[in-house]
Each structure stands twice: as C-alpha cells, then as structure tokens.
Design a protein around this ligand. Sequence first.
Ligand SMILES: Nc1ncnc2c1ncn2[C@@H]1O[C@H](COP(=O)(O)OP(=O)(O)OP(=O)(O)O)[C@@H](O)[C@H]1O
Ligand SMILES: [Mg+2]
Length: 313
Amino acid sequence: MILTITLNPALDQTLLVTGLKPHDTNRIQEVQTDAGGKGINLSRIAAELGTQTTATGFLGGGTGGFIRHVMKKQGIIDECIETSSETRTNFNVESGDGPPTTFNAKGNAVTEREWLQLVAKVTELASSAKWIALGGSLPPGLPEDAFGILGQIAKHAGAKLVLDADGAPMQAGLTANPDFIKPNVREAERLLNRQLFSSRDAIIQAARDLFAQANASEPIVVISRGAEGAIMCCAQGTFETTALPIHPRSTIGSGDSMIGGMLHAILEGNDLPTALRYGNAAGAATATSDGTHIGQKQDILDLFEKTSVHEIK
Ligand SMILES: Nc1ncnc2c1ncn2[C@@H]1O[C@H](COP(=O)(O)OP(=O)(O)OP(=O)(O)O)[C@@H](O)[C@H]1O
Ligand SMILES: [Mg+2]
C-alpha cells in the first residue's frame, strides 16, 4: 500500500478559454473541477494503475467534501482529518497558446488539535504502508518541521519515504533521510545551491551529488527535466529516459504522476530503470491531459511501450 500525506490539498478549478486577455472580458468554454495536491495526485495515478493507496492529510468544508467524493470514486482509501477550516481552491487558466496561468491560494489554517490528530493517524497507518509519500506545501498553523516529524514517523515504522517538496519544507523533510527524491531542475538547483543552466552534464552531476549526500540505505534520486526527460541516480548506476514526443496540454501534476508511476512499477517488482520508464510514461500522459486531469491507464501503458532507458557511464 502507498500512503500519501497531503497537508495542503486543493480543489483545482481549471477555466478553459481561447486566448487569455488580461484586463478584458474572457469567455469561458469549459470549467473543470478536480481534486489536487501532490499526495492526492500521486494517489490518483497509483489507483488508476491499480495499486492500493490510502490518502491522509487535512480536508474541510464543501471543497474538502468534493475531494473526498473524487477519492471515493477513484478507489482511494480516505483517511483525511476533517478540519474546521475550508480546503483552499486553486485556479488555472488554460488558453491553448502556452502553459496554463495558475493562481495558488496559501491554504487555510490548521489547528494544533488537528495537527496532533494527523500525527496520530500517520503513526497508526505507517506500519501497513510500503511507501509513504510526503510533498507539497504547508498550510498556515503547522510547525515548520512538519515534514521532518512525519518523515521520521514513516521511517521508524519501516516504510520507505518519498519526498517531493521545495524550500523550507523540503529541507525539513530531508532530516528524515528519504529513500527517494524527485526534484525538477530548479528544485535541484536550490538543493545544491548552484545553477545547472539546464545542461545535461550538469544535471547528471547534480543527480550523482544528491545521491552521494543521501543517507538512506538504497537512495533513489530522479531529476525530472519536463520535455527533456529525466536522469536517475541509484545504487545500480546512473540512467536516463528521453521524453516522449507528445503535444503537451497542461503539465500540472506531471511530476506527481512520474512518482506515482514509478512507485506502482517498483511495487509490481520491476527494476528501477523500468520504473523510470513507467514514471516517464505517467508524466507524459498527464502532460497530454487538459488542466489538472491525470493520465489514464491505457494511455500510460501505450506510452510506456514507446519509452526507453539507457545507462550513463
Ligand atoms: N512536455 C513534456 N513532454 C514529454 N514529457 C513530459 C513533458 N512534461 C513532463 N513530462 C514527463 O513528466 C516528467 C515530470 O515532469 P516535470 O519535470 O515537469 O515535473 P515537475 O516540474 O515536478 O511537475 P509538477 O511539480 O508540476 O507536477 C518528465 O520528466 C517527463 O517524463
Ligand atoms: Mg514537482
């Protein structure tokens, strides 16, 4: 079972328009409403591929209720703590002429009592999870080292920990010695405190440096490069998967889908280079889906056949 923890989930509203005109009236062609947040996206992909997944975190109000409904429909076990505050809503505008314009809310405050309920819930669920995923941002009201505290609970229970965050929450989570991290290039730059100039050689070196710094028994480091594919460094070596030639619609959630695809493949008994191909296919399938929609199983399986992986010596 994959347990995902989403501290700051969101109801995602995507407005599809033709050509975004700022300071003018825009006609909406379609509105899509979706459940979002890094862990919830990861659970959605895992469930889509047929892997058992439980989601915990905070949900509240009508928006939280909608997210619970979506998770139920998709076969995700809902163990989220009900909050007195309403779950935030994020807005994306997709105009068909480039990447979406996004408006992210900071999230509503969580009380100390709700935080303690979550800590107890994660402690209760951790021992039955093979992998625990922590990621995204923190809502107001939580301790700054929330990811460090939750990561340590995961590791003590014997689960493997995947961490996907940025800035201070990422730094806090690293103290728990995650087994798997998947920064994109800009996040990797911040982790290493140096620029990579999108150079393939610099990114390969960055993956190797992050692997060398990792304190897990068999660390996995994947640096995802969007339309350039991804580089992985693990105990078996350094590997590269080239991005698929797709027509991207909205890459929101591609990184979460990559992690979900990889964990699914690992739990199915595949080796890590094959898992990287799965991750590539899942990321690309989500990139070809509108708004915050995630890739569908058949598309992921079809794309997987077109992926390849090679070792970098
Ligand atoms: N335009 C694209 N073309 C082909 N594959 C893509 C594209 N965008 C993303 N992917 C696939 O998805 C993977 C993850 O994407 P990306 O590097 O953008 O993650 P990210 O920045 O963490 O995304 P997010 O955090 O928004 O979910 C890539 O390594 C690649 O395999
Ligand atoms: Mg990401």
